[in-house]
Design a protein around this ligand. Structure first.
Ligand SMILES: [Zn+2]
Length: 383
C-alpha cells in the first residue's frame, strides 16, 4: 500500500513524462524501469500482487505482471511500456509532456501505447472490492518496439497463464485476430579484391550478389505462388530488397557486398524454415563464385499471428465493439501470448495512423468507450 493510485489523466501524465525509448541503436536505448515502477506502485495500491521480472541479459529492462484475484482461467490486459524514438524538433509540443489540445492528449506513447495502462487500470479499479472467480492480470512488457525481448522472456518463463489476452495496441477499438510476421535479414558476401584488368586475380562479391538477388526474387515468386490469404489487404507474403552496399572503385574487383531485406510471412509460415530455405538456396552460389557467403537475422523476428476467427474472445470482442475482427499489417506481441495458450486478440484505443510520428495523440473520444469495453471484458471473464 505505497503510492495511492491517481486519476486516469494524472497517471497518463506521469507515464508520458517518464521516457522509455527502446531502440536497436544503443545510444538511443533507454531503461523502462521508470514506467514499470510507477505501474507497480499504482497496481499494488489497488490490491494487485505484482512481480517485476528483469529481462535476462538486458540491464535496465523489466516486465511487470500484476494479478488481482486467483483461480483458473482469467484475463490478461497487456501493453508494452516502451516507445519508439522521436524527433522533438518536429513536434508542436514537448513529446515528454502530456499536452491537451483539440480534445486530444498529445505526447510520445499516448496511443502507442502507454495510454492503454491508465485506461486498463481505470477499468480494473471497479473490480478491486469484488471477489473475482478468475484472475485479472495487467501485463506490462519491455522492448516491444525493438527486440520484443520482454515478450520472449515471458514465453520462455511460461507466464502469465490465463485463458484470454487482450493487447491494447492502437486499433481504433476494432478487434484484430491476425497479422503477418516480420523478418529482417542480411546476406553478407566476402570475396577477394584484385586488379580489375584480370578477373582471375580476385573473386567478385558483387557478381555473386547479382545471383543472390535473382535467387531471392525466384524464392519470393515461389512463396507468393504457394501462400495466399485473402483476409489480408496484401494477400501474399512480401519480400523487400531494402538496401545493398558493396565495392569501392570501378577498377577493383569487389571484395565485399552486403544486402538487407525484409520478409513478411503469412500465418502458417515458419521463420526458421524460411531462413533454412534461403541458406540452402544461396549456398551453391557461394561455391560457384568462390566467395564466403553468410546469412544473418538482424533481429529474431516476429512470428505471424492468427487466432481462430470464431474464438470465444474474438466473438465477444465483435459483439461488444460492433466491429468485425480484422487483420493488420503491423506485428505485435500476440504470437508470444498465444504461445502461452491464451485466446488472444489485439484491441485498443487510438489509431496506428498516429503512432511512430510527430504529434502522436490519443483522442479523448477513445478513452471512456475503451474503459467501458474493458469493464465489460473483465466482468465477462473474471467475475
Ligand atoms: Zn505498439
Amino acid at each position: 500500500m505505497s503510492t495511492p493510485c491517481p486519476s486516469l489523466v494524472a497517471m497518463l501524465n506521469e507515464l508520458i513524462a517518464s521516457p522509455s525509448i527502446s531502440c536497436t541503436r544503443a545510444d538511443l536505448d533507454q531503461s523502462n524501469l521508470g514506467v514499470i515502477e510507477k505501474l507497480e506502485g499504482w497496481l499494488s495500491s489497488l490490491g494487485f500482487r505484482t512481480e517485476v521480472m528483469p529481462i535476462p541479459g538486458q540491464p535496465g529492462k523489466a516486465n511487470l505482471i500484476a494479478t488481482l484475484g486467483t483461480g483458473p482461467g482469467g484475463l490478461v490486459l497487456s501493453g508494452h511500456t516502451d516507445t519508439v524514438p522521436c524527433n522533438p524538433e518536429l513536434w508542436n509540443s514537448d513529446p515528454f509532456k502530456l499536452t491537451e489540445k483539440d480534445n486530444r492528449f498529445y505526447g510520445l506513447g499516448t496511443c502507442d501505447m502507454k495510454g492503454f495502462f491508465p485506461i486498463a487500470i481505470e477499468a480494473a479499479r471497479k473490480f478491486v472490492d469484488q471477489p473475482l472467480q478468475q484472475p485479472l492480470i495487467i501485463l506490462a512488457t519491455a522492448d516491444e518496439e525493438s527486440s520484443m525481448c520482454g515478450a520472449r522472456a515471458l514465453a520462455e518463463a511460461g507466464k502469465p497463464k490465463a485463458r484470454y489476452a487482450i493487447i491494447g495496441e492502437p486499433t481504433s477499438m476494432q478487434p484484430i485476430y491476425m497479422h503477418k510476421g516480420m523478418m529482417m535479414e542480411a546476406v553478407r558476401i566476402q570475396g577477394r579484391a584484385g586488379h580489375s584488368s584480370d578477373p582471375s586475380l580476385g573473386a567478385s562479391a558483387l557478381e555473386a550478389m547479382r545471383d543472390v538477388l535473382n535467387e531471392l526474387v525466384s524464392f519470393r515468386q515461389e512463396l507468393q505462388r504457394d501462400f495466399r490469404n485473402s483476409d489480408f489487404k496484401i494477400a501474399e507474403p512480401t519480400m523487400n530488397l531494402g538496401c545493398i552496399h558493396g565495392g569501392d572503385n570501378p577498377n577493383r574487383i569487389c571484395a565485399r557486398c552486403e544486402l538487407e531485406y525484409d520478409l513478411r510471412p503469412l500465418p502458417g509460415m515458419n521463420l526458421e524454415n524460411l531462413r533454412e530455405d534461403v541458406t540452402r538456396r544461396l549456398t551453391p552460389i557461394a561455391e560457384a563464385h568462390g566467395v564466403i557467403l553468410t546469412t544473418e537475422a538482424l533481429f529474431p523476428g516476429i512470428p505471424p499471428f492468427a487466432n481462430q476467427k470464431d474464438s470465444d474472445l474474438v466473438k465477444m470482442a465483435e459483439k461488444l465493439t460492433g466491429y468485425q475482427a480484422q487483420s493488420v499489417a503491423f506485428g505485435t506481441e500476440a504470437p508470444f501470448l498465444q504461445d502461452l495458450g491464451m485466446d488472444t486478440i489485439v484491441l485498443g484505443p487510438g489509431s496506428i495512423d498516429q503512432a511512430h510520428q510527430p504529434d502522436e495523440y490519443l483522442a479523448f473520444s477513445q478513452i471512456e468507450p475503451t474503459v467501458a469495453l474493458l469493464e465489460k471484458m473483465i466482468a465477462t471473464y473474471c467475475l
